[in-house]
Structures are given as C-alpha cells and as structure tokens.
Design a protein around this ligand. Structure first.
Ligand code: ATP
Length: 175
C-alpha cells in the first residue's frame, strides 16, 4: 500500500478508549509522520506539557469555524484542530468516529484521508487500566462499519508486537 499525492494526507486514527491510538500516533511520529496536536480550552493538568497532549489556550484564541478541520465540546471545554495544522505533507490525527465523518464530508477534496481503526478487546483495555469516565465516553460513540476504514490494525498481543506492526505500516506509507 502506497500513498502518493500532491495534496496533504491525514492518517486518522480511530478506536475505543485504551485501544492504543496515542501509542500509535507516537510511534508514527518517531518514524517520520508527525501528529496534529489539538487545541483545548481545558486547563492543563500537572503531568501534562503544553504542545504534547494539547495546546492549552483560552476561548479567545478560538479561530473561525471555517479555519477548523475538527471541533468538539467535551464537558464544558472545547477542542479543535486547524486547517493550517493539517497542511503538512502527511500527518496523523487521533479523532473519534463523528469527527472522521465530519472531516470526510467537509473536506472531500482538500485532503487524502487514510482512515485507520484500532481493534483491541475490552478485556485487554480494562487490564491496561481504562477508567469509568473513558468507558462512558465510548457509549456515546457512533459506529462506522470496519469495512469502511482503509486499514484495520489489531492490537491483541504484546505492546512490542503492536509497535512493530505500526512501524511497518508507517514505513510502507512513506515509501
Ligand atoms: N498491546 C498492548 N499491550 C500492553 N499494553 C498496551 C498495548 N497497547 C497499548 N497498551 C497500553 O494501553 C494504554 C492505553 O493506550 P493509549 O493511551 O495509546 O490508548 P488510547 O486509545 O489513546 O486511549 P484514550 O482514547 O482513552 O486516550 C497505554 O498505557 C499503552 O501503553
């Protein structure tokens, strides 16, 4: 599988809580595909770093809707990413199903969207410590049939194996 294009490619990473989305984005980033870091009005937590988990900003920093590729409200806080951030040659973006649908509908010609779904069993996810709040968030997700994704990656074995699979996918996308 090869991606050759003059228009920017966004690799969207979708999956339930604890499936390995952040892990996947980090491995791809280490191997040459940067990730879009979204903006949020949520206060930064002690263990977080500005620009790593999110860019922490104020509501006044919010751009016009037309400059955003994704926008969501979670609790009383807002999250978004901008068109400008997606204009790199190729990047990843961790997103939910609703965001993916929006992106595809709103920008059918501006980007090539390569959608990835991470499949990981609920038992494995619970064993890795996903909490109640993250499980409840999953109940609000809409489902997209697996055959509508460009690529489904299974994360049911060791972390090492998952990392290897992601690395291989990254290299094949960059070829
Ligand atoms: N195959 C695996 N074996 C063991 N641990 C794993 C495996 N895959 C991921 N993990 C671990 O599971 C945890 C959750 O992974 P990660 O944060 O990447 O999930 P996520 O999909 O981004 O979750 P969320 O949507 O809730 O932020 C992390 O601690 C990660 O190291």
């Amino acid at each position: 599988m090869k991606i050759k294009a003059n228009i920017p490619v966004i690799i969207t990473i979708v999956g339930p809580s604890g499936s390995g989305k952040t892990t996947m984005a980090n491995i791809m980033s280490e191997n040459g595909i940067p990730t879009i870091v979204s903006y949020t009005t949520r206060p930064m937590r002690e263990e977080e770093t500005n620009g790593k988990e999110h860019w922490f900003v104020t509501p006044e920093d919010k751009p016009q809707m037309s400059e955003m590729i994704a926008y969501t409200q979670f609790g009383e806080h807002e999250y978004w990413a901008t068109l400008q951030q997606a204009k790199q040659k190729i990047c990843t973006y961790v997103i939910d199903e609703k965001g993916l649908k929006y992106l595809k509908e709103k920008f059918p010609n501006s980007f090539i969207i390569f959608s990835v779904y991470i499949n990981r069993s609920i038992d494995d996810r619970i064993n890795c410590g996903i909490d109640q709040q993250r499980c409840e968030r999953d109940l609000n997700r809409i489902e997209i049939p697996l055959n509508e994704y460009d690529y489904v990656i299974h994360n049911n074995y060791s972390l090492e194996e998952f990392k290897q699979k992601v690395k291989q996918l990254t290299l094949s996308l960059l070829k």
